[in-house]
Design a protein around this ligand. Structure first.
Ligand code: ZN
Length: 74
């Protein structure tokens, strides 16, 4: 037996992870440019959610703008 002969399967360099967007199987390998997502679609979905969350700052209501409460009938 040759100790140099590896028994590792060729798929050892490829990993299967769970897609953060859809929870499906995702190929975590250079062959998948959208990793850890399973597809470009899922990547876009996640990025969109992340972007909207980032821009949705807490306390920034659209009613109270920097102009102040101009129409405040008190
Ligand atoms: Zn997915």
């Amino acid at each position: 037996m040759d100790p140099m002969a590896s028994d590792h399967p060729p798929a050892a360099r490829e990993r299967r992870v769970r897609c953060p967007a859809c929870g499906g199987d995702s190929l975590y390998a250079p062959a998948n440019p959208h990793r850890p997502f399973c597809s470009e679609r899922c990547q876009q979905i996640d990025f969109g959610a992340w972007a909207s969350e980032r821009f949705a700052l807490p306390g920034s209501g659209e009613a109270d703008g920097p102009d102040g409460p101009a129409s405040r009938g008190d």
